[in-house]
Design a protein around this ligand. Structure first.
Ligand SMILES: Nc1ncnc2c1ncn2[C@@H]1O[C@H](COP(=O)(O)OP(=O)(O)OP(=O)(O)O)[C@@H](O)[C@H]1O
Length: 726
């Protein structure tokens, strides 16, 4: 699979069906192991459950009375709805602002030929293509608003709708294609645009700029699974060389340590229950001083504005400092990045690690992988911040950028390699990185890194010649969500005595995000979106949609509505993605329309709203998406459009996530959850076990095999002193 997101947007679901190997209801609840996971399993519930009882028992009901609506009523309604067709069916766009005159006849055949995502196929068969698709920016009316600028300017539509050939990003890019559609899948000839570094690729036969794909062409190694998948779609395609060199990160100290303020709920983190399981966990620390880090690190922590540890930091830092493997699950925006970076850096400082320059093959001590380019870049910037003033050199490499640039960065010295999987494997294959010195392997967004998209790449990594075995390295996994089946897969990477830290409920949403779910049918979504965005005004908002093309479409639509918008998705070139993110970060475009590529990890100041225009296919993805707001104690709002036809499978987990986060659960949502409730349901196929309890080892290990503790992070007792979980 590619080094990041395009599969995210195509594969539904990511995680194979979960076949429970044990009955959750039968295992012992232990001392406090289930304290915050099984509250609803009350004795008041009848022993011979009715369907409704089972529903209640599963923790879905939030206390409201459920209506007596007949489930068959619902299902027949759903059937009716389903006959209405998917997004863009017939009257869809044309009747709602995108009049056919705005998207005049384009090369729809080209558009569809290049289409590869789920929704495209639906739409394709329903007449959307016949409406002419999208016209090149220079000619289309759609781009008119972009050219007019102001609130309606759609920054970053290059290659999509509203493309303007004199946009900023285009100037950077040099000459562009004379026509065609999506930037990343251009047609035309490969042509140089001057110097080598700025060489502009044009795909022969289309599909150029497809990340990972391009990397592979450059690398020419033919090893990676994603290559063969991509080839499967396009035969013997040879894509263009990727030439993008990202701008160097700022060097001045002020920019390196720029940070946003913690929010009013930061102190409330102390009240969150934390559970540590596994043997002989070291005690948590309460302050940075207790971590006994070196002076340089302490200075950097101060400059970063950190005065107090977050719960995941209180527990993870001592565990990592003690040399233990760790799987840590903590809510979005609660400081997981520093939780692994600080102790790793502390160890490296202790060991006197310094970067050695200009070796043909570098041997880093630490590899950090993350699923998306923007996220790994963000992690790199954090590593750079905390290692400021030391001799430790972090490097970042990711797809969509010139391979030669990645190699040059590495050759200048590399202690901490931050990488997306595809680029990492390329570089390793080229022997620019040797693995013998690896002491730390970090999987951020670990559940994503181990699912069927990236799992094979990760397995290749750990079995690559030279890679120290799990007993000789420290492996650390972090995420806000950890489905049980993924936890089991993780065992292959971790020492058997790894520790598991759960801050709050595993897979739970951050309670600083006020969640609202609105029932909105697909044909009303755009109207509702505009209404909401007009009310929001200039506050920074991320709008998530399910497919790349819809991201472009909605972004253009919003521009036409004079709402300044940009977009980020996997079909955009890396330069465009970074520009879009930059424009959003600085507030130039307060609305960012995104696919799930932006769902995980991104830490953008002041994102006050997340709107799920389309709900994702899994509840985990929902948790990550809404976690782009309400970070670090700040408050945020998430509004989700629930369309019963495609989203009914999410009703149950959504009710659970809402009620766990003490949010209002709409009665209609409970009704849908009830009507779609399946006895014995454990989360459905879309997420495996939706309600991943805690450490899966609890479920199948024998009595006394583990220690487990649960307490609020403010107390932080020594977990070893606590009683065994069972
Ligand atoms: N102890 C702290 N004090 C103040 N700010 C902190 C602290 N720890 C982390 N932060 C800040 O909180 C923000 C969120 O941190 P981070 O991105 O690491 O969250 P996360 O848990 O990895 O989120 P996600 O699950 O979305 O990836 C960042 O801006 C980070 O600098």
């Amino acid at each position: 699979m590619g080094d990041e997101d395009w599969d995210t947007e195509i594969l539904k679901p990511h995680i194979p069906s979960f076949v429970p190997v044990f009955d959750k209801d039968t295992y012992s609840s232990g001392a406090n192991g289930d304290a915050f996971n099984r509250a609803s399993d009350s004795s008041e519930i009848s022993d011979v459950p009715t369907r409704r009882d089972q529903f209640m028992r599963s923790g879905f009901a939030s206390g409201r009375s459920l209506g007596n609506r007949d489930a068959s009523d619902q299902s027949s309604k759903r059937e009716n709805l389903s006959t209405m067709g998917g997004f863009g069916a017939g009257k869809g766009f044309g009747n709602r602002g995108f009049s056919s005159s705005k998207f005049e006849e384009g090369d729809s055949s080209s558009f569809w030929r290049e289409s590869n995502d789920y929704e495209d196929n639906q739409t394709r068969s329903r007449g959307f293509a016949r409406r002419g698709g999208y016209q090149d920016g220079n000619d289309s009316e759609a781009s008119g608003s972009s050219r007019r600028g102001g609130r309606g300017s759609f920054r970053g539509c290059r290659g999509g709708f509203g493309l303007t050939h004199n946009s900023e990003s285009e100037r950077e890019d040099g000459p562009q294609r004379p026509g065609g559609f999506f930037s990343s899948r251009r047609t035309g000839l490969v042509e140089p645009a001057g110097n080598g570094d700025n060489f502009r690729g044009r795909s022969v036969g289309g599909r150029g700029g497809y990340k990972g794909f391009n990397e592979e062409v450059v690398a020419g190694s033919g090893r990676n699974t994603w290559k063969s998948e991509a080839e499967g779609e396009s035969g013997d395609f040879q894509g263009p060389k990727v030439t993008y060199i990202p701008p160097p990160p700022p060097e001045n100290e002020e920019a390196i340590f720029a940070h946003y303020q913690t929010g009013i709920n930061f102190d409330k983190y102390d009240t969150i229950l934390v559970e540590v399981s596994g043997h002989d966990a070291p005690p948590a620390i309460l302050t940075f001083e207790e971590a006994d880090l070196c002076q340089t690190l302490n200075n950097n922590i101060t400059k970063a504005g950190y005065t107090k540890l977050t719960p995941v930091q209180k527990y993870s830092i001592p565990i990592i400092l003690a040399g233990r493997d760790l799987m840590a699950c903590a809510q979005t925006g609660s400081g997981k990045t520093a939780a692994f970076l600080l102790p790793i850096l502390a160890h490296m400082m202790r060991d006197g690690i310094t970067a050695s320059r200009f070796k043909d093959q570098q041997e880093p001590e630490c590899i950090i992988v993350a699923p998306t380019r923007e996220l790994i870049n963000q992690i790199f910037l954090e590593a750079r911040k905390f290692s400021f003033g030391t001799c430790i050199r972090p490097v970042v490499i990711y797809g969509g950028t010139q391979l030669g640039h990645s190699i040059r960065q590495i050759m200048q010295g590399c202690n901490i390699l931050c990488a997306t999987p595809g680029r990492l494997m390329d570089i390793i294959g080229k022997e620019k990185i040797g693995l013998r010195q690896i002491r730390y392997l970090v999987l951020d967004e670990a559940d994503r890194m181990l699912d069927m998209g990236f799992g094979p790449e990760m397995k290749k990594l750990i079995s690559f010649p030279g890679m120290p075995s799990k007993d000789q390295r420290q492996t650390l996994m972090f995420s806000a969500t950890f489905p049980e089946e993924i936890q089991r897969l993780a065992g292959e990477f971790l020492k058997t005595d790894y520790l598991f830290v759960a801050v709050g409920q595993v897979g739970g949403a951050c309670s600083d995000v006020q969640q609202t779910v609105l029932q909105v049918g697909q044909y009303s979504k755009r109207e509702k979106l505009v209404e909401i965005l007009r009310n929001i005004g200039e506050e920074r908002t991320m709008v998530f949609v399910e497919t790349k093309k819809k991201a472009d479409f909605i972004a253009t639509f919003l521009c036409q509505e004079k709402i300044s918008t940009t977009s980020i998705h996997g079909d955009r070139e890396q330069r465009e993605r970074e520009q879009a993110l930059g424009d959003f970060r600085c507030g130039k475009c307060p609305v960012l329309v995104a696919t799930s590529v932006a769902a995980r990890g991104l830490d953008i100041e002041n994102v006050q709203h997340v709107i799920n225009f389309d709900l994702p296919s899994t509840i985990d993805e929902y948790v990550h998406r809404i976690g782009r707001t309400g970070r670090c104690g700040n408050i945020g709002k998430a509004i989700s459009f629930f369309d019963p036809e495609p989203d009914s499978h999410l009703a149950q987990p959504l009710v659970k996530v809402l009620s766990d986060a003490q949010q209002d659960v709409p009665a209609w949502l409970e009704e849908i959850a009830f009507s779609t409730y399946v006895p014995g349901f454990s989360g459905g196929t879309s997420r495996g076990n939706v309600f991943a309890s805690v450490d899966t080892r609890k479920s199948y290990q024998g009595k006394s095999s583990m220690n487990i503790v649960g307490f609020s992070s403010a107390q932080a007792p020594n977990p070893v002193d606590d009683e065994s979980w069972d």
